[in-house]
Ligand binder design. Structure first.
Ligand SMILES: Nc1ncnc2c1ncn2[C@@H]1O[C@H](COP(=O)(O)OP(=O)(O)OP(=O)(O)O)[C@@H](O)[C@H]1O
Ligand SMILES: [Mg+2]
Length: 487
């Protein structure tokens, strides 16, 4: 028996002699085991029906009796009105202080834990902290105490249900709405961070909505195990599902606010894809996946997701916390950027995973053929740079080629003239000095460009056949940068 209503329920079952104490305990163990692997907590009565211990009619009768009995329960100054929900550590009731009209959400903790002095010390310390938190997106803790061995925490009642309940019905939350929830919760986390507090259990069931739909983070300051703690597990309770747990938290390392950022990222992942990042049949398997496995990219599950939102999720959920946002406010800035329609910083490295110098040779050949995506400034500039600076270089080869016929003609004329001159000398006996100088003119024309220009712009001065080999060497990069001599 872990909660008051279960105490009442089992008392009724025993009084009606519908099941034995052993049978009830067996069902409670199954109930706790299901919660531990991340399943929603089922009612004890539902499990008893499934096990064949109760008929549906008997369950109905026992529940009606339970509702009547619960209303007679008074804990501290609070009279219980009805049950608001059930968590891993206990039940939450709507309760009132009689004759005042003040209603609270009363969280009752399992009796087993009240025997643990360490737990109680932490409960008191953290409940005190919780009461000092005043933020529009944090559920207010208004009171805590103990009555007849039952520890309770009184909070403001938040009427609109939890994100978990919403996801169970609607499966997903529209991206923009989900990001606005995250924006508000990041504000709450930044507020806590400035007080050196870490929540440690961010998950959809700890995100409540008020009647206007405003989100609020609950269980802040509520005593929880900072790391998987066998004492919590064996008490038939859970530290929260491991679906959203940061790797360092699963490892049992000291944690900081970045573990909350991871869990918030996992919550956002769940909200926009309808799935938790990992699935597993046990808490251990789930934690192991957070430690070692790459999650399916959120955009692979929801292709309508914007790249900015997917990038924000991935940054929040980086396994290495150094790669996450350093603080909630840094994450908040990025979410706001994305909500304004600007490119979030999280997207920048993903968009340019291999930044390379603007003058890299491959940019000359690949970029012009492949239109650059908007925002890829390096990609956009490269084609333009290549075209403008590359134009002269393309003309240099053909310019040389155009001169060859003239040279050949000149040489041929010279040889012909020389032969005629020789013939004239042989026939006349005179020496051909002036004509010999004229014959050297065509061969001297390529010489200046072949040697000195080869050092500064070899591709420009090489025969066209050599240019493909020159380009990958990197020397070809000089051409787009406009360092070739004028021709
Ligand atoms: N302040 C509140 N106002 C209204 N309903 C609440 C409030 N706090 C909790 N509840 C309801 O009680 C349910 C149980 O909450 P609880 O915090 O005990 O469990 P949990 O968050 O699901 O699990 P865990 O015990 O691991 O935190 C919630 O799902 C919600 O429906
Ligand atoms: Mg909770």
């Amino acid at each position: 028996m872990t909660t008051t209503d279960q105490s009442v329920f089992t008392k009724i079952i025993l009084e009606m002699q519908l099941a034995s104490g052993d049978q009830i305990e067996q069902c409670q163990r199954l109930q706790a085991a299901e919660v531990e692997v991340g399943k929603s907590r089922r009612g004890l009565g539902e499990i008893m029906v499934e096990m064949g211990l109760l008929t549906a009619k008997q369950l109905e009768t026992a529940m009606a009796e339970q509702r009547r009995a619960i209303k007679e329960i008074v804990i501290g100054p609070y009279r219980i009105l009805d049950k608001l929900g059930q968590g891993g550590m206990g039940a939450v009731y709507r309760a009132t202080i009689p004759d005042t009209g003040v209603d609270v959400a009363l969280k009752l903790l399992p009796k087993e834990l009240s025997n643990d002095p360490n737990f109680l010390a932490r409960f008191r310390r953290e409940a005190n902290i919780g009461m000092e938190l005043h933020h529009p997106h944090i559920v207010r803790t208004v009171d805590f105490g103990e009555d007849k061995g039952v520890f309770y925490l009184a909070m403001e009642v938040v009427e609109g249900g939890t994100l978990d309940q919403h996801l169970q019905v609607h499966r997903t939350v529209p991206e923009r709405t989900a990001l606005k929830i995250v924006r508000d919760l990041l504000g709450a986390l930044q507020y806590a961070h400035e007080k050196a507090l870490v929540h440690r259990d961010i998950k959809p069931s700890n995100i409540l909505f008020d009647r206007e739909g405003k989100s609020k983070l609950s269980d802040f300051g509520l005593v929880k195990a900072a790391e998987p703690d066998p004492a919590f597990m064996t008490a038939g309770t859970t530290v929260g599902t491991p679906h959203y747990m940061a790797p360092e938290q699963a490892r049992g390392q000291p944690i900081d606010i970045r573990a909350d950022l991871y869990a918030l990222g996992a919550t956002l992942y769940h909200s926009v894809t309808g799935r938790t990042p990992f699935a597993g049949s046990s808490a251990g398997l789930l934690m192991n996946q957070h430690l070692t496995k790459q999650m399916p990219p959120p955009e692979s599950i929801n292709p309508a997701l914007t790249p900015g939102c997917a990038a924000i999720i991935k940054k929040l959920m980086a396994k290495d916390r150094q790669l996450r946002y350093a603080t909630p406010s840094e994450a908040l800035d990025d979410v706001l950027r994305h909500l304004r329609g600007e490119t979030p910083k999280a997207l920048t490295p993903a968009a340019r995973p291999h930044p390379r110098p603007a003058h890299h040779p491959s940019s000359e050949t690949i970029s012009p053929a492949k239109p650059a995506a908007p925002g890829q400034t390096a990609g956009r500039k490269a084609p333009g740079a290549t075209q403008s600076a590359g134009a002269p270089s393309r003309h240099r080869g053909p310019a040389w080629t155009k001169q060859w016929p003239l040279l050949i003609l000149t040489i041929a004329v010279s040889i012909l003239a020389g032969m005629l001159l020789m013939l004239a000398i042989l026939t006349s006996g005179s020496r051909p000095v002036a004509h010999a100088d004229a014959a050297s003119e065509p061969t001297s024309a390529p010489a200046p460009s072949a040697a000195p220009a080869g050092a500064s712009a070899p591709a420009a001065t090489s025969p066209p056949a050599l240019q493909p080999g020159a380009a990958p060497s990197g020397r070809g990069t000089a051409r787009p940068l406009g360092s070739s001599p004028a021709h």
